[in-house]
Write a protein that binds this ligand. Structure first.
Ligand SMILES: [Fe+2]
Length: 288
């Protein structure tokens, strides 16, 4: 197994020379250690099988949901490309920086993500290191954000960006993942990583309405904090080739999709690894 850290970045490593579908315990231990340290592992051209992707994901923990297509290719090879199309709205929403499932009662731990069909250009995925973002804040700001809590909602993020689905149910919900009718998740802006104990920001597009602020004050504050966090030197964009697979730590990184010509086909596969209820539950969804 060869490990190449991303040059000049605070996170991310390219791993080669390892068979992810036949890992012995020693290699797994090394891999997991690297992942905890680097938060993003990239495996170029490994072409995981569909079962292999979920089995690899299961090594990190139980699944929030199994391998699912993230794609503009619909039934009968229909290409979803119009801005008014609900599939396109979901995909475009992903272009804002976010942690997965912070709007759910339990935030996701991680994701395994792989490329099957990629467009001729565009469609890179970006990640940003929120450990580094937190550490680089001055002490006063660290203390200030350390005491803050914000709500996280998919209704909020998709609504703000104009991407709510066309059809709404009578009870106000929508038929897409994430539009749940539980209490809106409340989360601290600063969280300790359950394995390393290191602090990082929990922010992104789903966060809104910091407790004690007006909606407008909160929006301005969170927009500025997101902008501060998402700086080039703690960011990495991966240009996909078919067969590439990554696994990232959703507890301390944010990520985003980037645009591409949606009349071209793109099919990615996402397996979402569930957060531990003890450490990733929202403040108002604590396990009893
Ligand atoms: Fe995502």
């Amino acid at each position: 197994m060869q490990v190449q850290h991303l040059e000049g970045k605070t996170f991310g490593s390219v791993i080669t020379g390892v068979d992810l579908e036949n890992l012995d315990n020693e290699t797994w231990d090394r891999l997991y250690g690297q992942w905890i340290d680097r938060a993003l592992l990239i495996f170029p051209s490994v072409f995981l099988s569909s079962e292999g992707q979920d089995e690899f994901a299961l090594r990190f923990g139980g699944l929030e949901f199994p391998r699912t297509a993230i794609s503009n290719i619909g039934k009968g090879e229909k290409i979803h490309h119009k801005v008014t199309d609900d599939v396109v709205k979901v995909l475009r929403g992903n272009e804002g920086w976010h942690h997965d499932s912070t709007y759910m009662p339990i935030q996701a731990k991680a994701a395994v993500f792989s490329a099957e069909i990629v467009p001729s250009s565009g469609g890179a995925t970006g990640w940003v290191d929120l450990r580094d973002a937190y550490e680089s804040l001055d002490k006063t700001t660290q203390e200030q954000v350390g005491g803050m809590q914000a709500y996280h909602s998919y209704y909020y993020s998709q609504g703000r960006d104009g991407y709510l689905p066309n059809e709404r149910n009578e009870d106000g919900t929508y038929n897409y993942y994430g539009f749940h009718d539980h209490d809106v998740s409340l989360r601290p802006l600063v969280k300790e990583h359950p394995v390393t104990g290191k602090k990082n920001l929990i922010i992104g597009r789903h966060a809104h309405d910091i407790i004690g602020m007006t909606r407008e004050e909160s929006q301005v504050f969170l927009d500025e904090l997101n902008e501060y966090a998402c700086q080039e030197h703690r960011m990495y964009y991966h240009d996909w080739r078919p067969g590439d697979t990554v696994v990232w730590d959703n507890r301390c990184l944010m990520h985003r999709a980037t645009s591409y010509d949606m009349t071209e086909q793109r099919r990615m596969w996402h397996t979402r690894i569930a957060g531990d209820a003890l450490t990733e539950s929202a403040l108002n969804h604590q396990p009893v």
